[in-house]
Design a protein around this ligand. Structure first.
Ligand code: GLN
Length: 275
């Protein structure tokens, strides 16, 4: 079968996926070991019998709902390819908003930065690569996730420190910048039964108290580990902006505000520890 015909077939098999064309392309690239440009440069190339069988098998898993990132073992985030396993959250484009906001802040040239609940390391490693003079620490409660993060940092050439533990508890501090994309989904949220999240670790997604418990815990701890003038940046759900701004204000943060993601939704709330 030719590449263009294989993609056409795959798109129709994946018609339930909101990203059928992209899914098909990423899976076929994985089978061929080629970049996406190859598919459109060589549409008439024939797949070998083995390649066709591999592609058919991957499509079967995808039709059953498995995330593309798990099937190919990686996901692009902030221009870098991160290894992804079932032990980590799959990096989201929304989270790039947090990285961009962090890079826009006025912090020292050799800022001490920590990414709490780092998962694949997507946030912290992207920051370390963009600002090689920053001292970036990655923290996760999950040993398995932390290994994925350390591996991603190593493969992408980022010098980071990895610490296992709950939020700021393993960190002596102080920090100039604390960032986190913690669990923030309510247990009863119907999104948990749809799409990729069904295959991601619940511990990375769900938090008690309307999804606010971890956001509140981090805010409390951060107030004690930031330098005067240091910043806290938290990703949260699109309806949690006001609640998170209140958490930060009550904990004494100033310059509190919320940045919107590419979809225009409240996504990242930030505040500065008073000078
Ligand atoms: N934004 C993710 C989602 O809605 C959740 C990420 C998180 O809980 N930290 O699927």
């Amino acid at each position: 079968m030719r590449i263009d015909a294989a993609l056409r077939d795959a798109r129709s098999r994946l018609s339930d996926s909101p990203s059928a064309a992209l899914d098909a392309e990423l899976l076929l690239c994985h089978v061929l070991g080629k970049p996406r440009s190859y598919l459109f440069t060589w549409p008439e190339r024939e797949l070998s019998t083995a390649q066709q069988a591999d592609f058919t098998s991957l499509l079967g898993h995808r039709v059953a709902g498995e995330p593309v990132a798990h099937l190919i073992g990686e996901r692009e985030f902030f221009g870098h390819l991160f290894r992804v396993t079932a032990d980590t959250l799959i990096p989201r484009p929304d989270t790039e908003t947090l990285v961009e906001k962090a890079l826009s802040l006025d912090v020292p040239a050799e800022a001490r930065v920590v990414d709490l609940g780092t998962g694949t390391g997507a946030i912290g490693v992207s920051l370390a690569l963009a600002r090689p003079d920053w001292h970036v620490t990655l923290v996760d409660l999950s040993e398995a996730a932390l290994q994925v993060a350390a591996d991603n940092a190593h493969r992408l050439g980022a010098a980071v420190t990895c610490l296992q533990g709950s939020w700021l508890s393993p960190c002596p501090g102080p920090f100039d910048l604390i960032v986190s994309n913690p669990p923030y989904i309510e247990e009863s949220d119907h999104h948990l039964d749809e799409g990729d999240v069904r295959f991601e670790p619940r511990s990375a997604l769900v938090a008690p108290n309307n999804g606010l418990a971890d956001l509140a815990a981090i805010t409390q701890q951060a107030a004690g580990k930031l330098v005067a003038g240091g910043w806290l940046l938290l990703e949260h759900g699109f309806e949690q902006g006001e609640a998170v701004r209140t958490l930060l204000t009550q904990a004494g943060f100033v310059q509190v505000g919320t940045a919107q993601d590419l979809g225009g939704n409240d996504r990242v709330t930030f505040g500065q520890h008073p000078v």
